[in-house]
Write a protein that binds this ligand. Structure first.
Ligand SMILES: Nc1ncnc2c1ncn2[C@@H]1O[C@H](COP(=O)(O)OP(=O)(O)OP(=O)(O)O)[C@@H](O)[C@H]1O
Length: 603
């Protein structure tokens, strides 16, 4: 009944992380106000669930959507759903339309399928195994779309009277196409190099059947992504990664022990502790009450003269709510302006937090990094104090279309890209601690006085719950992050690639009023570049500058290299810095350092 439908949906919403808010709160409102839900005319059952491009990620848990036994339409296309498709979903008895294209599902296609299915679209996933024979029992099937997977084996003989649309292209299917499917065009079967027979080339052209099987692994090896091979490789990578992490961990422990024995510790912060005793709290200080531990830690090189009390007394204005908590602009008595971030959802304990802050403090001294000045940790309150960046975030400069706004010109975008890349390179390579940023995105990049890009929010991801750390950044996250739940230097490079695409296209992978929902910017760019002329991807605001298209195309290539799906195929950030530096011809370099708008055409 309806209440069990509502319960099953709520169960799905709590167990599957999603970027866009669902607001599925009150079960009595399921047919009235729940996003993406349609009910039967008499309001007794949920009949359709449509959540395309909602940033859903991870597997669909069994016994959630599969329990909606009145469901006729399920559309979860263009999300980040992964893992096996639980067989209770495609076998929902009433199900007629199933749209799961453009996700990351893997494993086999379930063989128990609703006999009422009219459309089955599983295209552009990573399904493997063979096409189930049970498809033959789907007498009502009009469209079967399985293209762009890793499906292997032969095509079963399907005799489906209503089938009008068939696409099995770009898989690893082998053998001859059954006679019942000869009337479909060759495009339905293209991209399966070992498939033969009408409408493709006759089977006699393929050497001989026994060599077919022996060719497959060879071809697969050549292509670099065979099914089994991929599994073996993933396993190897996991083993190596676990081994390396263990080795690094042990090394760090040994170094720590050695340093502590020497008596000088490894403190890089020279933290100045200010004991503020019992302070009266207000604004961001409501949890700041514990005596003894009320210490604000300053990072080395911070010549401000303030303490926690000053912060609490300061006039504070809310700047905004981020995924980590609320940010306040605090103006101290002497006129210094700071940003205080009050962190929520910290899972790290005190020691871990202190250690991470040491690493961050060490990483944070660089012209392309927003300086973190101090931090505060108590059981109930965690505060970070940053320098205030008056020129705003890159996100605001690119996307806030308010009045009187001057678009960010190409020179500035190039300069910001280089600055951010240098900031990340510093974090990755010069801290000696294999530090990772973990949350590169345009809301975490600020412009400084020289219009250079500075990175903020370094190293917070490991301190937070996984969902807080990534839920607002879904469009920037590398695909592997959803599976491994770990950010790495390679995933930073991916996020940086998305940031470059954002600057080139003017589109945002974040949900933002007035913008189309393009959560997966790399996928969108790849599809436009493939199907249309490359210039179509560029931000119209950039098209009014002279002689920059060549540079933009070069930047596009760098961006696409960064967003390669296979982590190891992505360049290192120092290589990216070099590539960006090489974009600009030597005689134009001064333009890059001055960031002027000399090449602007009259609009
Ligand atoms: N150092 C800073 N100087 C000036 N404004 C800042 C600074 N840090 C953050 N802000 C602004 O404060 C607001 C909230 O920032 P915060 O970093 O908490 O969230 P966010 O960047 O919007 O999202 P997320 O937490 O997902 O990164 C944003 O408008 C941001 O531009």
């Amino acid at each position: 009944d309806l209440s069990s439908d509502a319960h099953a949906l709520q169960d799905f919403a709590t167990r599957v992380l999603h970027a866009r808010k669902l607001d599925w709160d009150s079960p009595t409102r399921v047919c009235h106000s729940w996003v993406g839900i349609t009910c039967s005319p008499d309001g007794s059952r949920v009949t359709a669930v449509r959540l395309p491009g909602f940033g859903l990620y991870g597997p669909i848990p069994r016994n959630t959507l599969g329990k909606l036994d009145g469901l006729k339409v399920l559309s979860l296309r263009s999300n980040y759903l992964s893992g096996d498709l639980p067989d209770d979903v495609p076998s929902i008895p009433a199900l007629q339309y199933l749209y799961l294209q453009h996700n990351n599902f893997s494993g086999g296609i379930p063989s128990s399928l609703s006999t009422r299915l009219s459309v089955l679209d599983l295209s552009h996933n990573s399904f493997s195994g063979s096409i189930p024979e049970t498809l033959q029992s789907l007498a009502r099937l009009t469209a079967l779309k399985l293209e762009g997977n890793s499906i292997s084996g032969t095509i079963p003989s399907l005799n489906l009277p209503r089938l009008k649309s068939l696409n099995l292209s770009s898989n690893n299917l082998t053998g001859s196409i059954p006679g019942s499917l000869h009337e479909f065009p060759s495009s339905s079967f293209a991209g399966n190099s070992l498939l033969c027979g009408e409408p493709l080339s006759p089977c006699s052209m393929i050497p001989n059947p026994s060599s077919t099987t022996s060719q497959e692994p060879a071809k697969a090896l050549r292509d670099g992504n065979p099914d089994g091979n991929r599994k073996v490789r993933t396993r190897t990578i996991v083993v190596i990664a676990v081994g390396c992490s263990l080795a690094i961990f042990l090394l760090v422990v040994v170094i720590l022990v050695c340093c502590l024995k020497k008596g000088d510790g490894i403190a890089v912060l020279k933290r100045k502790e200010v004991d503020v005793g019992n302070v009266t709290s207000k604004d961001f200080g409501s949890g700041v009450q514990e005596p003894e531990k009320n210490k604000l830690f300053f990072f080395e090189g911070c010549d401000y003269n303030f303490d926690l009390e000053d912060l609490l007394r300061a006039s504070a204005e809310v700047l905004g709510k981020g995924s980590y908590g609320t940010a306040y602009k605090a103006i101290l008595d002497e006129g210094t302006t700071l940003v205080v971030k009050r962190l929520r959802e910290v899972v790290a304990g005190r020691r871990e937090f202190d250690q991470q802050m040491e690493t961050v403090g060490k990483a944070g001294r660089h012209p392309n990094i927003v300086p973190l000045r101090a931090y505060y940790y108590s059981k109930d309150e965690k505060l970070l104090v940053y320098e205030y960046m008056p020129h705003g975030s890159l996100f605001a400069r690119l996307h806030d279309k308010g009045q009187g706004r001057t678009p960010l010109d190409w020179d500035s975008r190039l300069k910001v890209s280089l600055g951010v890349a240098k900031g990340i390179a510093h974090i990755h390579l010069e801290t000696g601690a294999r530090c990772v940023h973990g949350d590169i995105k345009s809301t975490n990049v600020f412009l400084n006085q020289e219009n250079d890009g500075c990175v903020s929010d370094i190293g917070l991801a490991p301190l937070m719950t996984f969902s807080a750390a990534i839920s607002r950044s879904i469009g920037y996250n590398a695909p592997e992050v959803f599976e491994t739940r770990k950010v790495t230097q390679k995933s930073d490079v991916y996020s940086f690639g998305v940031l470059l695409l954002e600057m080139l296209t003017g589109k945002t992978p974040l949900k933002y009023a007035g913008y189309d929902d393009i959560i997966d910017l790399p996928r969108w760019v790849r599809s436009v570049v493939r199907e249309e002329w490359t210039a179509e991807v560029f931000d119209v605001e950039l098209l009014r500058y002279d002689n920059v298209e060549e540079e933009m195309v070069q930047m596009l290539q760098i961006a696409l290299a960064c967003v390669t799906r296979v982590p190891d195929a992505r360049p290192r950030i120092d290589e990216v810095v070099k590539m960006i530096e090489e974009i600009r011809q030597p005689d134009m370099k001064d333009r890059l350092s001055s960031g002027t708008e000399s090449n602007v055409q009259t609009p």
